[in-house]
Design a protein around this ligand. Structure first.
Ligand code: HEC
Length: 227
C-alpha cells in the first residue's frame, strides 16, 4: 500500500462511452450541488458511493487482467468493445442506479463528453483543485419535469501508475499503442498525464426514492422455508 495518491487509486478503463441512459439528458435543465454531509442527502450519497465502488473494482480487475494477459495495445480493444447493458438494472441489486458514466475535461472518446450538469461538476472540481482541495464526492440534485428529482453522485478519479501506460505522455506510449489509439480515437486528448493528476469523474445517477415508500423492508425476517 504505497500509493500516495489523494485519489482513490485506479479505475475505469473500459468503454463506458456507449452508455446513454435516458437520465443523461435532463430536458429543462436545473441542477444544484447539495451538501454531501447533510443528513437528508446521506442515503443518496451512500447508494451512489456504493455503486461507484462496485464499478471501480470491476473495471480495475477487468483491465488489469486484460493488460497483463495481452498488453495495453490489445487491452484497449477489450475496453473499446466492452458495453454495459442499457436496460434493466445497470448494477445488479441496485435498482435506483439509473445511469453510470465517466467523463473528463480532456476526453479520449468524444462519446464520454460531459452534458450540462456534468460540465458543472467538472468545473467545480477543477476550481476546488486550484484552491488546493480535492473533493471526495459531489452530490447534485437535478429537477425533473413533474416536480421530481434525481441525483448524481460524482467521484473524482486520479491517475495511478497503471493508468500512465495508456494516458501518459504520448511519446512514452508504445508505438503499437500510439497507432491503435490514433485509429480508434483520432481526437484523443487524454494523454500527457502524470501520476497523481486529476483525470476526470465517475458519475452515477440515483433515481428518486419510490413515490409511496412502504416503510418495511421488502424482505422481512427470513422465515423458515417449509419443505
Ligand atoms: C489499456 C489502456 C488503458 C489504461 C491502462 C487506462 N485507460 Fe483510461 N481509457 C482507455 C481507453 C481506450 C478509453 C476510451 C474508452 C471509451 O471508448 O469509452 C479510456 C477512457 C478513460 C476515461 C473516460 C473519459 C475519456 O477520456 O474518454 C477515463 C476517466 C479514464 N480512461 C481514466 C483512466 C484511469 C483513471 C486509468 C487508471 C486507473 C485508466 N484510464 C487506465 C484506455 C486505458
Amino acid at each position: 500500500m504505497k500509493t500516495p495518491l489523494p485519489f482513490v487509486t485506479c479505475y475505469l478503463l473500459l468503454a463506458f462511452g456507449s452508455l446513454a441512459p435516458a437520465a443523461d439528458s435532463p430536458g429543462s435543465f436545473s441542477a444544484r450541488f447539495v451538501d454531501p454531509d447533510a443528513p437528508e442527502n446521506a442515503e443518496v450519497r451512500a447508494i451512489g458511493e456504493r455503486a461507484i465502488n462496485r464499478i471501480a473494482i470491476t473495471l480495475v480487475n477487468e483491465v488489469s487482467v486484460a493488460v497483463t494477459k495481452s498488453g495495453a495495445e490489445k487491452a484497449i480493444d477489450v475496453c473499446h468493445l466492452k458495453a454495459l447493458p442499457l436496460t434493466g438494472e445497470i448494477i445488479a441489486g441496485m435498482p435506483r442506479i439509473t445511469g453510470i458514466k465517466r467523463t473528463s475535461l480532456r476526453l479520449r472518446n468524444p462519446a464520454n463528453a460531459p452534458d450540462a450538469a456534468e460540465q458543472l461538476a467538472l468545473k467545480r472540481v477543477e476550481k476546488n483543485i486550484e484552491s488546493g482541495v480535492l473533493p471526495k464526492v459531489l452530490v447534485q440534485e437535478i429537477d425533473l419535469p413533474g416536480g421530481k428529482s434525481e441525483w448524481r453522485v460524482y467521484r473524482p478519479v486520479g491517475v495511478a501508475q497503471q493508468c500512465v501506460t495508456c494516458h501518459g505522455p504520448e511519446d512514452s506510449l508504445t508505438p503499437g499503442l500510439q497507432t491503435r489509439l490514433k485509429e480508434r480515437y483520432p481526437s484523443d486528448q487524454a494523454t500527457g498525464y502524470a501520476m497523481g493528476q486529476w483525470r476526470g469523474l465517475i458519475r452515477v445517477t440515483v433515481s428518486d426514492a419510490p413515490a409511496a415508500p412502504v416503510p418495511a423492508a421488502k424482505a422481512p425476517t427470513p422465515t423458515k422455508k417449509k419443505t
